[in-house]
Design a protein around this ligand. Structure first.
Ligand SMILES: [Zn+2]
Length: 122
């Protein structure tokens, strides 16, 4: 869906897009990929390594410890770097660009202030 919309928008030359379409394209291109659920158990994924390049995510081996508030414990069926970890690894190549997203938010709010929902004339 997102990729389809991005492709549709990029079929036009930049000067043929409305301001609203340009903002939508910037938002699509600068919003990070959402980590999928773990392919093994459906649980939440956690970032395990980041730096230059993609962020590595994997199914966490930790869970909240009901006996120690605010603490984590290792899940009973998990070991460090086990097969579950290896099979769940996912790489995030696109990360949120908060500066771009903030600019898009501000420009969209200007459109709301002037009452021009198409924002063609901004
Ligand atoms: Zn899992």
């Amino acid at each position: 869906m997102t990729d389809d919309r991005e492709r549709e928008l990029t079929e036009k030359e930049p000067d043929k897009l409305t301001t609203s379409e340009l903002l939508q394209l910037l938002k699509l291109r600068h919003t990070g990929d959402e980590p999928p659920p773990c392919p093994v158990c459906g649980g939440a994924m956690s970032p395990v390594h980041s730096g230059r390049g993609p962020t590595k995510w994997a199914c966490t081996m930790w869970e909240t410890d009901p006996d120690n508030e605010g603490k984590l414990r290792r899940k009973s069926n998990r070991r460090l770097l086990d097969d579950h970890f290896a099979e769940s690894v996912w790489y995030q190549y696109v990360h949120d660009e908060p500066w771009v997203l903030e600019l898009v938010r501000r420009v969209e709010s200007w459109g709301a202030v002037v009452g021009d929902t198409s924002m063609v004339d901004i």
